[in-house]
Design a protein. Structure first.
Length: 109
């Protein structure tokens, strides 16, 4: 049986868990446009915003804007969580490097 201190510690952790960290159900994977898929692939391969901007012919601010949209769309708080969520939802093709978004997750393809 847990002591009162342990129970309070668990409650405190549950209270500070951010609302944005709630998991996205697999059946509700948000569709990605071609540009967002490219940004997600770049983030997953470890590219910086400047590197992504150069390779995708966008401004650095444009890349950061798209990353922010992806973070909100997948309800995560940082790039690492974004890539983890995408892998857990099966968005990336298995066994490919650099990571590639599967076609069925890209709208308009």
């Amino acid at each position: 049986m847990r002591s009162d201190d342990e129970a309070q510690g668990i409650e405190a952790v549950e209270r500070v868990t951010p609302h944005a960290a709630r998991p996205v159900p697999a059946r509700k994977v948000p569709p990605l446009n071609v540009r967002d898929a490219g940004v997600l692939e770049g983030v997953a391969s470890g590219a910086s915003s400047v590197q992504l901007a150069a390779s995708l012919f966008l401004s650095r601010q444009g890349v950061e804007y798209r990353i922010g949209r992806l973070l909100r769309k997948f309800r995560v708080t940082n790039r690492t969580a974004l890539v983890g969520r995408a892998y857990s939802l099966g968005i990336f093709e298995s066994g490919s490097w650099p990571p590639k978004v599967r076609r069925e997750f890209v709208a308009g393809e």
